[in-house]
Design a protein around this ligand. Structure first.
Ligand SMILES: Cc1cc2nc3c(=O)[nH]c(=O)nc-3n(C[C@H](O)[C@H](O)[C@H](O)COP(=O)(O)OP(=O)(O)OC[C@H]3O[C@@H](n4cnc5c(N)ncnc54)[C@H](O)[C@@H]3O)c2cc1C
Length: 546
């Protein structure tokens, strides 16, 4: 393959993350030398992007991640909560927490029930399987074995984690060997997108393969500023090449695909004249399509964490410093279990908030590590453990909107965490559950003492205040260009992910989710990309005008 840059391609894909990395690869398999992938960030050469524990070194660095934060809001005590998003080849798959979690069957059956034909669990399962290479416990029909994304079990034995898992059974939560199989409910070690001690991203799998085998053109340092139209047909994009400092245009024979993520995709749409007319008028942007749903329906998982100081154990807190860290590095180099090849959350719990609920509606995460004041950042100086929880399907929704017509200004992001009363009730329950899980008899030999928020936080009101003050994003932003049927005026794309009222423009990323899955959302985003790739190629063969 020649990998020679041109001015015109069959397909242009904007954004190289969980979705864009996959779509660009699948399209280039069928259209070699004729797909161009534009990425605002740089390549993924840096070792921190390939060592799982490098996560903590990159998420708050502008060279690797868009440093977005939420708008201040009284619901979360006027804080600007960090919501970084990957800005590098592989997008957020190059910086994320590596947890592989598909969600509940009912998540996708609900998408279908909302009028999105072809998105029920039975229809999407083959696409979850298509991208997966499951290594470890699995039932054949529910898992994939031939895909490019390796999904492995933890190889890091830890006595505190084992005790936490044992302890959960004291509260009626049983071990589940495969929460991505037939049933999610239970407790156990997370499955991770880690192989041979290294991060598995779309950059080092799909994109690498497509560049080498199918002549995929990858242009990093290329921030798309708007989509170009001929009438209502998308014909290309304008982008800023930050290496040359110039504005350039490239064109598509067939389609433009936006995969810039749940914050940047609605921003590009608005800058291109697609959005609510009133929103566009504010910035004198000439409208191309009146779609008031652009940027609306923002969802995320708002989580809280409870930390304990413990004794009689060596936790990640001590292993991440001094001579012990040197030993961990050495272990990683010789491919032995090491804290360098861990996902930040090691153990999962999926459980129900009450007996009336039919399936899990809460997710817990546990690690034998603790951060100062509960914030991901500086580890405590003493041995510690942390349990976090969030609600699977929060009812609060927010929005992403432009603050100006300058493509280099970050948009305003307001998730309205805890706006809905039910979300407030559930977050209190989450905090109580996290406490309960760490008070099991199985963990008693470690003499846990709660350090954060501490014993003074007891009443529901105190707990809610704590959640408002210290809750954080789980970084699962989605829904800002949702798919929906023609009678849903807030839908932005149809069930084949075509932007309504526009031809040759699709959205393929976490933005199109009509509701948030009961899971960390990367697996679902990759599933969307595999399914979208088939739809784009099918429509092209049938010569359907999109
Ligand atoms: C810190 C963090 C931890 C997470 N942990 C987990 C986890 O453990 N498990 C899990 O399942 N999910 C996790 N997620 C969520 C998951 O990674 C994302 O939901 C998923 O990657 C979204 O995929 P996407 O394709 O929509 O966007 P992204 O993967 O974010 O990709 C979007 C890409 O588009 C590029 N882009 C944006 N704007 C432009 C533009 N104008 N021009 C060109 N390129 C542009 C970006 O730079 C980026 O590369 C995490 C996310 C983050 C940020």
């Amino acid at each position: 393959m020649k990998n020679k840059k041109k001015r015109k391609y069959d397909y242009i894909v904007v954004g190289s993350g969980a979705a864009g990395g996959i779509v660009s690869c699948r399209l280039s398999e069928q259209h070699p030398d004729s797909v161009c992938l534009l990425e605002a960030g740089s390549s993924n050469w840096h070792p921190y992007l390939n060592i799982p524990a490098g996560f903590i070194k990159v998420i708050f660095k502008p060279g690797f991640a868009w440093q977005f934060s939420t708008e201040a809001n009284a619901l979360t005590l006027d804080r600007n909560i960090p919501i970084p998003q990957g800005r590098v080849l592989g997008g957020s798959t190059s910086i994320n927490g590596l947890v592989y979690n598909r969600g509940l069957k009912s998540d996708y059956d609900n998408w279908s029930a909302l009028g999105n034909e072809g998105w029920d669990y039975k229809s999407v399962l083959p696409y979850f399987n298509k991208c997966e290479r499951r290594i470890g416990h699995a039932k054949n029909e529910t898992r994939g074995f031939d895909g490019l994304i390796s999904v492995t079990d933890s190889n890091w034995p830890d006595a505190v984690c084992d005790a936490f898992i044992e302890g959960a059974s004291e509260f009626g939560i049983s071990k589940n060997p495969d929460y991505n199989g037939t049933s999610q409910e239970g407790v156990g070690y997370f499955q991770r997108t880690i192989f041979s001690g290294k991060r598995v991203s779309t950059a080092n799998t799909y994109i690498k393969r497509a560049k080498k085998q199918f002549g995929l053109i990858v242009m990093t340092h290329s921030q798309v500023t708007k989509v170009l139209f001929d009438g209502n047909r998308a014909i290309g994009v304008e982008f800023f090449n930050s290496k040359s400092g110039s504005i350039e245009n490239i064109y598509a024979n067939k389609e433009v695909i936006l995969s810039a993520g749940a914050i940047n995709t609605p921003k590009i749409l608005n800058l291109s004249g697609i959005g609510g007319i009133k929103d566009l008028e504010k910035f004198n942007i000439t409208p191309v399509a009146d779609l008031p749903g652009v940027g609306k329906n923002l969802k995320d998982h708002y989580s809280i964490r409870i930390s304990n100081k413990i004794e009689n154990a060596v936790t990640i807190n001590e292993r991440a410093k001094g001579p012990r860290l040197a030993l961990e590095v050495l272990k990683w180099i010789v491919k032995k279990p090491s804290i360098l090849s861990l996902s930040p959350s090691v153990v999962h719990i999926f459980c129900r908030s009450n007996k009336e609920v039919q399936e899990p509606d809460l997710q817990g995460v546990f690690s034998p590590a603790s951060y100062r004041n509960g914030y991901v950042g500086v580890l405590d100086k003493y041995p510690g453990m942390t349990c976090g929880f969030w609600q699977h399907r929060p009812k609060s929704t927010g929005e992403v909107k432009l603050v100006s017509d300058d493509p280099f200004d970050a948009p305003a992001v307001q998730p309205n965490y805890l706006q809905h009363e039910e979300d407030q009730e559930k977050i209190i329950l989450c905090a109580k559950l996290a406490r309960k899980m760490m008070s099991s008899d199985a963990l008693a030999p470690y003499n846990p003492t709660e350090t954060f928020p501490g014993s003074k936080c007891q009443t529901d009101q105190q707990i809610l205040d704590f959640c408002r003050r210290y809750g954080v994003s789980s970084y699962h932003l989605c829904g800002t260009a949702k798919m929906g049927p023609s009678n849903d005026s807030m839908a932005v794309v149809d069930s084949r992910l075509r932007v309504k009222g526009i031809t040759s423009l699709r959205i393929v990323d976490a933005s199109v989710m009509p509701d948030i899955p009961s899971a960390n959302i990367c697996a679902a985003t990759m599933m969307i990309a595999e399914k979208a790739s088939d739809m784009i190629l099918e429509d092209s063969k049938r010569k359907i005008t999109v």
